[in-house]
Design a protein around this ligand. Structure first.
Ligand code: SF4
Ligand code: F3S
Length: 235
């Protein structure tokens, strides 16, 4: 089948404004959007710029807007979209070039919740592991699946309106530690969430949940962290 790939372009060294490029490619319905991007760059326009790394839905590098919805280019098939494919960079983050956005503010929010296990207690008698039951492990299983692709945060209307909002991805990261029975640092994880641009900016818009390529129940996780803070469990 013939596919038209319409891509929003930006290159501050060539043009201060963005423009659109269209590429027509022969494609198989089972081709991934990432396959088409690679072919367009290799065969038609070497200046086309996008991020990719693993190509298998694990690294989170290739999140883009596909026909108006955030998706991973490596997990989205031509068959899922059709023959007219429109690609834009993620919204709410500064565009550096074409489909590449500046991820620094996103990762700054992620770092602000201290995304690591905090437990100053001596190691248990076995000297190696802090044990937990299967039920304790399942309590935060969903949020361990996050690949930091930013699809959720850049689908959030609160983040579009106010780029200082900490965003759902950082709250998902906090959830992964606040509900981990081995972690004793909930109070430290939620410091940034309690600030003016923190968790209380969330208006339960659910677009983060819809956008997540890992099918994490993002809005549910946010509600659980809010509840833990209100009940004083995250202190
Ligand atoms: Fe991506 Fe989902 Fe993690 Fe958000 S919660 S960064 S959409 S994997
Ligand atoms: Fe935004 Fe998700 Fe809350 S889309 S408003 S973070 S539920």
């Amino acid at each position: 089948m013939l596919v038209t790939l319409k891509i929003k372009r930006f290159d501050p060294e060539r043009n201060p404004s963005s423009w659109w490029s269209s590429f027509t490619l022969e494609a198989d319905p089972a081709d991934r959007i990432l396959d088409l991007l690679v072919r367009a760059k290799d065969e038609l326009d070497g200046s086309l710029t996008f991020r990719r790394s693993c190509g298998h839905g694990i690294c989170g590098s290739c999140a883009v807007r596909v026909n108006g919805t955030n998706k991973l280019a490596c997990k989205t098939l031509v068959h899922d979209i059709g023959s007219k494919i429109v690609l834009e960079p993620l919204l709410g983050l500064r565009v550096e070039k074409d489909l590449v956005v500046d991820m620094d503010p996103f990762f700054a929010s992620f770092r602000s919740i201290k995304p690591f296990l905090i437990n100053g207690d001596p190691l248990p008698a076995n000297g190696r592991e802090r044990l937990q039951s299967p039920a304790e492990r399942m309590r935060f299983d969903d949020t361990t699946k996050c690949i930091l692709c930013a699809a959720c945060t850049t689908a959030c209307p609160v983040f579009w309106a106010d780029g200082e909002y900490i965003g759902p991805a950082a709250i998902v990261a906090a959830h992964r530690f606040v509900f981990d029975s081995r972690d004793h640092g909930a109070a430290e994880h939620i410091v940034a969430l309690a600030e003016a641009e923190g968790i209380w900016r969330c208006r339960t818009a659910f677009q983060c949940t819809t956008a997540c390529p890992r099918e994490i129940k993002v809005t549910k996780a946010i509600a659980e962290v809010k509840g833990a803070i209100l009940r004083g469990e995250a202190r």
